[in-house]
Design a binder for this molecule. Structure first.
Ligand code: SF4
Length: 115
């Protein structure tokens, strides 16, 4: 039986569940959050999986595995900076601080990143 195709609502449900499961919260700015979820959805349509919309993709699942959302770097970024690289997932403390997510260093090593 073919796998069910995701739609944008499914992606939003997925990010909500991933946040709950990991003890993060979603960015409360709904316009921003939806734009990241749209980026994830567009990557799903293009590549077949939810690749980070803030990074370049190889288009090969094995090579992109570390940046399938939530990426391998998310937990450390939320811990250290209060939010993930895209600013989708946050810590409750960061949200409570009222700060806006900013640019943070890329943890993905250059060797894992397409040119
Ligand atoms: S930085 Fe990581 S956790 Fe955040 S949206 Fe991109 S893939 Fe998902």
């Amino acid at each position: 039986m073919a796998a069910k195709k995701l739609n944008l609502d499914d992606v939003a449900a997925f990010t909500k569940k991933a946040a709950e499961k990991n003890g993060w919260v979603l960015n409360p700015d709904s316009d921003f959050r939806e734009s990241v979820e749209e980026g994830l959805y567009n990557n799903y349509l293009q590549y077949g999986y939810l690749i980070c919309p803030c990074r370049e993709a190889w288009g090969e699942k094995d090579k992109d595995r570390d940046v399938v959302c939530p990426c391998d770097y998310c937990a450390d970024d939320v811990k250290e900076f209060g939010h993930c690289y895209c600013g989708l997932y946050m810590s409750a403390e960061f949200v409570a601080s009222g700060e806006e997510p900013g640019s943070i260093p890329e943890r993905r090593s250059p060797e894992l990143t397409p040119e």
